[in-house]
Design a protein around this ligand. Structure first.
Ligand code: ADP
Ligand code: ADP
Length: 235
């Protein structure tokens, strides 16, 4: 599970009476378990596509199919859920709850694992990303890189069909970024789910992804996705 097919997806916004084509005839296939990156300049439609997969917004044309089920098409949109979790660049942990509470009390988690199972799994994943000692901390006592790692762990505790990442490393200093990159690779290696992330940083995309899709824009309108097969560096 975790196969995504984006078929001729289009999205047009109407902004102050003007039509803005944010996505035009975009087609992408993502295999189960694949770590796929989409790079492209600001404004080329990356967030629009990610938001459509996540279910935040509906398409104006085409469709998105997740494991044989149409999840987004004009007039049909599967609402956001734990099967398609997004990690953003901004903090998303509850600031009044400790890391442990953030992880095991996540509403989405309810019913999937017992609290004891969730805690055991959370500790295992935290240890893998170098955060064995933080479960009693509040998010405000941690760096943005640590918070992002906890958010990735929280997302993966829900065993999503696809983990979506919207510029999660933006604004981090080089050392933090490097640790967070490696945490994501480690989590992907140990959980094996499908990952799709968007970034404006080609070097980062090449370092992380099995496959990099380059989305280009002709001024204001035409968007294309070009597949570039690149081996992931060994480390
Ligand atoms: P990217 O993530 O690649 O920077 P976006 O998907 O955010 O690109 O935006 C694609 C285009 O759609 C841009 O021209 C942007 O200004 C426009 N756009 C995005 N969201 C909206 C919106 N809610 N209303 C109107 N235009 C939007
Ligand atoms: P949904 O419940 O699927 O979100 P909406 O009523 O929001 O349905 O939208 C129905 C369809 O019309 C969707 O495909 C959506 O993208 C499209 N749509 C909605 N608003 C606009 C708009 N301002 N410009 C272009 N397409 C739009």
């Amino acid at each position: 599970s975790g196969t995504v097919s984006i078929r001729n997806a289009g999205k047009t916004y109407v902004s102050r009476g003007r039509q803005v084509v944010a996505l035009d005839d975009c087609s992408i296939d993502i295999q189960a378990g694949e770590f796929c990156a989409i790079v492209g300049p600001s404004g080329c439609g990356k967030s629009t596509l990610l938001n459509a997969i996540a279910g935040f917004d509906s398409l104006s044309a085409g469709e998105i199919v997740l494991d044989e089920r149409v999840i987004n098409a004009p007039g049909l949109r599967l609402r956001p859920g734990p099967d398609r979790i997004v990690v953003f660049q901004h903090d998303a942990l509850f600031p009044w709850a400790t890391v442990r509470e953030n992880l095991i009390r996540a509403p989405m988690l309810q019913g999937r694992l017992s609290e004891a199972e969730a805690l055991a799994r959370a500790r295992e994943l935290l240890a893998r990303v170098g955060l064995a000692d933080v479960e009693g901390l509040y998010p405000g006592a941690m760096s943005s890189g640590m918070c992002r790692r906890v958010e990735m762990v929280r997302a993966l505790l829900n065993a999503p069909r696809i983990l979506l990442l919207d510029e999660p490393f933006r604004g981090m200093d080089a050392l933090t970024k490097s640790a967070t990159h490696d945490a994501l690779l480690e989590l992907h290696a140990s959980t094996g789910g499908t990952v799709l992330f968007i970034t404006h940083d080609l070097e980062e995309a090449i370092y992380l992804a099995d496959r990099v899709l380059v989305m280009t824009s002709r001024p204001g309108r035409i968007k294309r996705a070009i597949e570039v097969d690149l081996p992931r560096p060994r480390h």
